[in-house]
Design a protein around this ligand. Structure first.
Ligand code: HEC
Ligand code: HEC
Ligand code: HEC
Ligand code: HEC
Length: 210
């Protein structure tokens, strides 16, 4: 083989290599689509949220919602009052309206009513779409954590009261600073002419703490 032929051969191989590199895909699999036909979400949520799928699968709660993406969809694409479904599942949903793949959900979307999920006791009546758990009959005044839950409703970090639900019901780390009053001040006003029996006010058992 003379030098001319060798050079010609090299030029030909280079030309083929350049032509080939324009047709090779950058990522394998990018033209294989997930089949969206069957019910539920067929885009695997675990592809990107594997940590959450792992957590959910070992959780004692919500196992009845399904497994894999089906479980995610049960909450994140449930038939919400103020959100429409992503895919068109369920009645009244409009694909592409408000959410696409998933929506952020309030726990109370399900736990306010006990038709198919147990209700979070004491918080059964929402009076408007913003989930205020207060009406004349169920105002939560006896609930020790009502203020906590109401503050979460007002907080903007998460939907509705989710901050409170998640802090108590999940393993998420919680850092709370309590400002607890350490004493009481008692003022007794005796009105002239009112016959007060002072033995009613025997406060010897009240401990004063700084
Ligand atoms: C290709 C990767 C990918 C897939 C697949 C995916 N997600 Fe996400 N998801 C993300 C990214 C990235 C974010 C953060 C985006 C952001 O905060 O705007 C996110 C955020 C979220 C959030 C939080 C939104 C918020 O406002 O806090 C939820 C809920 C969620 N995804 C649910 C799902 C569900 C359910 C599925 C399955 C149907 C899914 N995702 C599939 C990448 C993905
Ligand atoms: C799509 C509806 C739905 C949403 C949203 C939802 N849950 Fe549930 N939850 C259920 C159902 C159904 C059950 C009972 C079946 C099960 O545990 O699988 C349940 C069970 C529970 C239980 C166990 C009750 C028991 O008696 O053992 C707790 C606690 C709970 N959920 C808390 C939450 C919290 C906190 C959130 C928000 C982070 C939440 N749930 C969001 C539907 C839902
Ligand atoms: C029982 C209901 C429930 C199930 C089941 C569930 N989620 Fe969530 N998820 C929630 C709630 C409630 C939030 C908090 C939403 C908010 O207020 O921002 C949340 C938050 C998220 C976030 C945002 C987390 C962050 O750090 O901001 C992602 C991502 C997410 N979920 C993905 C998933 C995936 C993926 C699955 C399936 C493996 C899943 N979820 C199953 C109720 C659920
Ligand atoms: C201060 C902590 C705290 C907060 C905040 C809280 N819970 Fe609970 N929740 C509990 C405890 C404690 C129980 C009873 C647990 C038991 O019986 O083992 C309970 C029980 C439940 C149950 C089971 C009821 C039943 O009848 O089986 C559900 C569902 C529930 N909570 C959901 C929620 C939701 C949703 C929120 C947010 C609005 C929430 N919880 C807020 C502590 C809390």
């Amino acid at each position: 083989m003379n030098v001319k032929k060798v050079l010609l051969f090299i030029a030909l191989v280079s030309a083929i290599a350049v032509a080939l590199s324009q047709t090779v895909s950058l990522f394998g699999g990018q033209h294989t689509w997930y089949d969206l036909g069957p019910a539920g979400s067929d885009v695997p949520c675990s592809k990107c949220h594997a940590d959450i799928c792992g957590e959910l699968s070992v959780s004692g709660v919500h196992q009845n919602l399904g497994s894999g993406s089906e479980a995610c969809a049960a909450c994140h694409r449930c038939n919400l009052t103020c959100y429409t479904n992503a895919s068109g599942e369920g009645a009244g949903s409009t694909p592409g309206k408000e959410v696409h793949a998933a929506s952020t959900v309030p726990c109370m979307e399900c736990h306010e009513v006990d038709t198919w999920s147990p209700y979070a006791g004491g918080f059964t009546n929402k009076t408007n779409s913003l989930y205020q758990y207060a009406d004349a009959a169920h105002n939560g005044t006896k609930a020790a954590h009502n203020v906590f839950v109401q503050s979460a409703v007002n907080g903007t970090l998460m939907e509705d009261s989710n901050e409170a639900c998640i802090q108590c019901h999940t393993n998420v780390a919680v850092d709370i600073t309590y400002h607890i009053p350490r004493g009481y001040e008692i003022e007794l006003n005796r009105t002239c002419g009112w016959n007060v029996n002072l033995s009613y006010y025997n406060f010897t058992d009240v401990e004063v703490r700084g």
